[in-house]
Design a protein around this ligand. Structure first.
Ligand code: SF4
Length: 226
């Protein structure tokens, strides 16, 4: 029994929209609360002044995830690691679901991963860590010591809104070595994907993967729960 309570936004099943597992049916577990306020955030409903949709116990969250069939689970937010020990306990409880083959955790780069890496050793767990570039307004909050902790199965995502962001992402990758797969995502409104691709080719970034958000192609970009 785990009656630890966590503020929640939603749990739903759809296809993963980005990263190396894009296109796989996935259960999304979205926690409420975030320690950042990125300028281009598309989930502003996941932190104050909005309110949590509900408060669920870890057992209730796991029970609901069990009702779906996808073997991939995405823990997201807001910032899903905001609750420290409670977030770690939720990850451990989700790993008890027998059918689960992949649990990826979307974290915002402003949470120290040390405790989670030390405590959770399942090869099913993968961190998808954002590095917030200058256009986000949150680059000062980035914990660069996380770079050396990320492993081969992890992903390092840069959301790129301008040439300034692009240059900074290239610089950061040179300065802080990591085993994680670097991915560049365009902010559609200000960095057309074709322009980002050209920049990547011009810089010879053959170790970087272009990351497009499938759900923006499939559904209305503003639609929730898809
Ligand atoms: S970290 Fe994510 S959820 Fe938090 S403000 Fe930035 S984009 Fe939004």
């Amino acid at each position: 029994m785990n009656n630890t309570k966590i503020p929640m936004v939603e749990i739903f099943e759809t296809v993963e929209g980005e990263g190396t597992r894009a296109g796989f049916p996935t259960v999304f577990v979205r926690l409420f609360g975030c320690n950042l306020r990125c300028s281009w955030c598309d989930t502003k409903y996941s932190y104050p002044p909005e309110e949590a949709e509900s408060v669920m116990t870890i057992d209730e969250i796991v029970e609901q995830v069990r009702t779906y069939r996808s073997t991939h689970v995405c823990l997201t937010g807001g910032e899903p690691l905001l609750y420290g020990e409670k977030s770690a306990a939720l990850i451990e409880a989700l790993l008890d679901i027998e059918r689960l083959t992949d649990l990826h955790i979307e974290t915002n780069g402003a949470i120290d991963l040390t405790m989670f890496m030390d405590r959770i050793h399942s090869p099913k767990v993968r961190y998808i860590m954002d590095y917030k570039l200058p256009d986000s307004g949150e680059s000062d909050a980035m914990i660069v010591s996380n770079f050396a902790k990320l492993r081969k199965q992890d992903e390092l995502k840069f959301v790129i809104g301008s040439d300034r962001d692009f240059e900074e992402a290239v610089r950061i990758l040179e300065e802080y070595p990591t085993e994680a797969l670097p991915m560049f995502s365009p902010v559609w409104e200000t960095m057309p994907p074709a322009k980002l691709v050209q920049r990547m080719l011009d810089h010879g970034l053959s170790h970087v993967k272009l990351n497009m958000q499938l759900h923006k192609i499939i559904w209305d970009p503003a639609m929730r729960g898809v």
